[in-house]
Design a protein around this ligand. Structure first.
Ligand code: NAD
Ligand code: RM4
Length: 254
């Protein structure tokens, strides 16, 4: 069953990981897809090639989400190419693991700017376009299980993920009258570039795996269904919600 037939889907940070899977997954579900990427030209080109192999139109637009003009440029380029924006998946993010007491100011500020400011600008730019179009839309933010629980080496990161989740709650209210739904997905631990070094520590990896009732860490493709569902008309009465996609990690106390 194709959930996104005829829709135009935009995904930020889609040259790798969850964003790439969400972009290719949207094409599998029948959408044309525009991706934002930061530096990885080859990754972006191969993501577009996968989208086109599926018979859908693809477009890659380079830009740093921390800069507000990246958002307006991304939306304008996508509208030029595909005529409209139906779905925004705000996914780009960083997590440079670091201890709290000696957190470098630059690391803290950059993490805030990419994860929180970046999501804010992208969501706002997409919403402006959707309001102008007049036929609603769907925004899905990639938050995290880390919106709900902490991490000793993530004191700069977890507040951004809680912030993104909160942003979806407030924009759901602000945009409801325009028929624009806003939800977040909360991935648990998904094997991507963002945690490659952290999980290279075999003890840490075994600990994280042991916390998951389904018995494995996630793959980027595990995020396709939940994101496509929230993006689609199947979720027509879902807004302001958050969907944990963590193999049960969050509820696993004892
Ligand atoms: P990833 O490193 O593969 O993907 C992050 C993407 O964001 C990369 O493509 C990167 O180039 C892009 N990006 C980084 N800074 C950017 C910038 N300034 N402008 C534009 N793009 C930028 O890792 P991922 O796990 O796929 O991460 C995607 C999202 O998922 C992040 O927001 C992350 O917080 C979230 N998340 C990941 C996990 C996990 O376990 N992997 C869990 C919860 C949430
Ligand atoms: C997630 C969660 C994961 C971690 C990534 C980087 O939000 O905390 O465990 O690997 O971030």
């Amino acid at each position: 069953m194709k959930l996104l037939e005829g829709k135009t889907v935009l995904v930020t940070g889609a040259s790798t990981g969850i964003g790439r899977a969400a972009a290719i997954g949207a094409a599998q579900h029948g959408a044309d897809v525009a991706i934002n990427f930061h530096r990885d030209d080859a990754g972006a080109a191969s993501c577009v090639a996968e989208i086109e192999k599926l018979g859908r139109r693809g477009l890659a637009v380079k830009g740093d989400v921390a800069a507000p003009e990246t958002a307006s440029d991304f939306i304008a380029r996508a509208v030029d190419a595909f005529g409209k924006v139906d779905v925004m998946v705000s996914n780009a993010g960083i997590c440079p693991f670091h201890a709290f007491l000696d957190m470098p100011v630059e690391t803290f500020e950059r993490t805030m700017r990419v994860n929180m400011h970046g999501a804010y600008f992208m969501v706002q730019a997409a919403a402006k376009q959707m309001v102008a179009q007049g036929h609603g839309g769907s925004i899905v933010a990639v938050s995290s299980i880390s919106a709900l629980v902490g991490g000793a080496y993530q004191t700069h990161y977890t507040p951004t993920k809680a912030g993104v989740h909160s942003l979806m709650q407030s924009t759901a209210i602000a945009l409801g009258k325009h028929g624009i739904r806003c939800n977040s997905v909360l991935p648990g631990t998904i094997l991507t570039e963002i945690n490659k070094d952290d999980l290279a520590d075999s003890e840490k990896r075994r600990y994280m795996e042991g916390r998951v009732p389904l018995g494995r860490l996630g793959q980027p493709e595990d995020m396709i269904g939940p994101i496509a569902f929230l993006a689609s008309d199947l979720a027509a009465y879902v807004t302001g919600a958050a969907l944990l996609v963590d193999g049960g990690m969050f509820v696993n106390l004892q």
